[in-house]
Design a protein around this ligand. Sequence first.
Ligand code: ATP
Ligand code: LTN
Length: 334
Amino acid sequence: MANRRVFSGIQPTADSFHLGNYLGAVKQWVDLQETRDTIYCVVDMHAVTVPYDPELLRRRTRVAAAQLLAAGLDPERTILFVQSQVPEHAELNWVLGCLTGFGEASRMTQFKDKSAKGGADQASVGLFTYPILQAADILLYKTNEVPVGEDQRQHLELSRNLAQRFNHRFGETFVIPDAYILPAVAKITDLQDPTSKMSKSSSAPQGIIDLLDEPGVIRRKIARAVTDAEGSVRADDAAKPGVTNLLRIFAALSGQPVAILEATYAGSGYGTFKKDLAEVVVDAFAPIRERTAKYLAELDVLDAVLLDGARRARIVARETMSEVRDRCGFPAAS
Ligand code: ATP
Ligand code: LTN
């Protein structure tokens, strides 16, 4: 039997991914290469739903792809591509948009949060329909599982509903995708505000650890991470959100269970714990940072990998779109 198909996407909206992106998504992407048929995408069309600079987008799209390769995506085993290089995403977006209720789209909390920041009148229609394009990304590849962080659960639910609706109205076409969310790492929180998600658009720089941060910066940010006055290294989400977040990060990067870490650091205070954690993060991130720089020093090679990824993705996407066209009553395309 063929391996289950995994698809996920990430926006090129910052100069570096952060620790939340890495643990909540990218690390799973890399691990899933072992057992699944994996397709991953830098979703540049999602990045244009807010005001942006084209040159910066061009650069960040490459930086995003370079980090994904540096983190361990292997183009021999994975299809890695840039969304705008596969035009079928926009095509399916239209079809799915016509199946989405206005009220249904209005309930998406990410739109509510993001549009509230600049005032709803300033928000683009693209930001409003963003989750429909995400559903198109996923459904085009007949995806079984989508590795993402907790914040994407509602968008995944919309993708499932649209797939079911299309199948019901027009005939069995799409696979109903499942979210692949690992609870231990699904919501890494801000180091300065440990009850909020670590987020590139709303966290202050001190609250985020970037994948491309220098070791000295990583050490400083962890040393200053908010904890509590109790002084004991133990997990307790409600009473000790800061320490619990640090324990989760430590466990995910070192492979040691939280209970073992609690035992190791019982009675040692936060200083030693934070120092050791900083070394674990530095050891995980430094090689990725170095490899990212290497990929970015050979842009021709990087662009060729992405173009080949788009070519391979397009073979799958075209096949799905030709079924979709037929079911929708559109004439066959050339
Ligand atoms: P923004 O703040 O602009 O929404 P972001 O920092 O949340 O950006 P995205 O590009 O939206 O980052 O997310 C990429 C992937 O990383 C998604 O799968 C998302 O669920 C996951 N992710 C983002 N932040 C976290 C986090 N703090 N913990 C776990 N996963 C996260
Ligand atoms: N909306 C996601 C990015 C994204 C995505 C996708 C994730 C776009 N298309 C398809 C999984 C599958 C985000 O903001 N993190």
